[in-house]
Design a protein. Sequence first.
Length: 758
Amino acid sequence: MEIPPLIQDLALILVVAGVVTLLFKKLRQPLVLGYIVAGFLVSPHMPYTPSVVDLSDVHMWADIGVVFLLFALGLEFSFKKILKMGMAPVIAAISIVFAMLLTGVFVGKCFGWTGMNCLFLGGMLAMSSTTIIYKAFDDMGLRQQRFASLVMSVLILEDVLAIVMMVMLSTIASGQNPDGSELFLNVLYLGFILILWFVVGIFAIPLFLRKTRKLMTDETLVVVSLGLCFLMAVVAMKAGFSSAFGAFVMGSILAETIEADKIIQVVEPVKNLFGAVFFVSVGMLVDPNILLTQWLPIVVLTLTIIFGQAIFGTTSYMLSGQPLKTAMRCGFSMAQIGEFAFIIASLGLSLKVISDFLYPVVVAVSVITTFLTPYMIRAAVPAYELVERNLPKKWIRRLNHLGEVHHATAHERHHWRSLLRQMLLNTVIYSILASTTIALMFTFFLPFARKMLPGWELHWWANAITGVLTVLLISPFLRSLVMKKNRSPEFRALWTESRLNRPPLIFTVLVRIAIAAAFIFYICNYLSRFANAVIITLALVAVILMIFSRSLKHRSIKLERLFVQNLRSREIQAQVSGKKRPLFEGHLLDRDIHISEFNVPNDSAWAGKQLAQLAIGSRFGVHVSSILRGIQRINIPGGQMVIFPGDRIQAIGNDDQLHAFGQALKTELVPEDSEIEKREMHLRRLILDAQSTFIGKTLRESGIRDRFNCMVVGLEEGQQDLTLVDPDHVFEQGDIVWVVGETDDLRKLDTESGALSV
């Protein structure tokens, strides 16, 4: 019987991928690179090795792999976690994505590539690899440090933005021309569909899982969860989105259920299998001939990512309120692209809007930057020390002052809630007013102007007059949208309360400026070409900012004076009331104390021991705050608490203490038993004859457990079940005894006892 090509291809892919990834594991390189190299080896571009027969089947499995990857990503995503992150990761993620997106478009334009190539290139360069960075942190023992947790928070948000970007790119690519109205309507449609799915999903799916919880085994849970995944993928495709987007949505819905951790565990092997096929298929697209002809773009894009993330990433983290050293460690860690770059490139190829050469170029850049990731992470601290030596000390102090840990008071949180609620209400109201004005102008005045100024040349004058009048009419609304509430008591109180409130406050102003600029861009894009609209919008925004620069300057001076006045008044009040700040104030927070989570390995030497025996506090200086065991959470565990394999320990300490704790937990393991196969337990049936040394002795006196390390299971007395043996039972001739033990121990028992083994 002939073997189907798919079976042959899978055998070749998995065998080669297994060998290559084992080699990469030995070399301490990311497994993703191993899969890509394996794909290159089995591709038709490699004439010296066997290659796959049917590429279409492999790409079909690769598409399934994308669905599983994004489903697993959704399971790691939680709205509750995002809300707990605060504004800092949001500011950093949006700033990095926006800066790298524009950088990618600019670099593509410099090479003379088409608009779609440039746009998709920007999307690829904007997304750092969650998988590669997480693996690098884990291999280098940095995963529990505070800067690593900041990076992972930003990467989660970047993954969400990547999903939105894929939808936006699909919308833009389908029309080949980014029309503002179509884009805006698609964003509204996306928001509506998302809200509908999440509302229905959060109501229905947890209820279904709760009702069937007693029936769910690992087998049924993996079938049900994957069935829901593909169901949402089909629904997403019917709604006009990608199947991967639907899988991500279903994963994020299941992430809010109690069964989320168990689903992650049972789905992991399936995701790994199909994910491996996807990354192998990526490597199959690498054409050496294209790499040789496109070596210059590869080098330029590699340098763009390294220096772009180092500069823009550092700046973005500083805007989010991190000190210079932490910001540089975060920014340098993100200097690579990975899985989402491949997914976005695959999207561009499937839509036939990007050139064939771009995919292998991006894969080559990803391979190079992935190899450089550990070196970039290590280079962050020396780079900071170099900057510290060359920058004025005053600048360094101010930059580092941004990173002081700030704990908001209840009064301050109330101010934030009130301010954001008012800003959101104003934004909605003035956006509606501006949208209504634009609709009326384009519906009634624009046709009138074109009728009064007929002809092709006068047609553009009609458009220009309509655009200018429309901008003038909505300018009061846009000004109120941007400036209103910037002088409110809540804004000023937050500004003067702490310098760490200032970056988020500035960010709220920038977001409103971006919304106002979007209205102007829509008007310009509707009345002119896309390129002209971009230039006109930037020019108008610059003019508006220059007009308001004087008032902004005066307002900034007033707020600074108010800050100094409030600062001095608190000091005077403290002196008058006799209050004195403790000596440790301002120093305890500098130690960068935070909570990190650690997994207890299955072969950990700590398993079975009490916390008091491990002396974690005296050895490492950390405190165990919680132990997560299955669905249980044990807070403030006592010294008698026993550690079990698979426990997740949450510990409190600084970076150095937590690093030492994590390394000890990872390395203090039970020695591997080289003769584990010989220690398999066997069940043996013994018949006690007249020569047996056990005759006349009790079970306790026989020494079967103590001398021979075996255990008596029971006596066979002609009944269906064995009779349990009492320790004081006296053995007699003819007793049939069932014992269990290791092979060597049973052999020793047979030899010395004289019993007949059957």
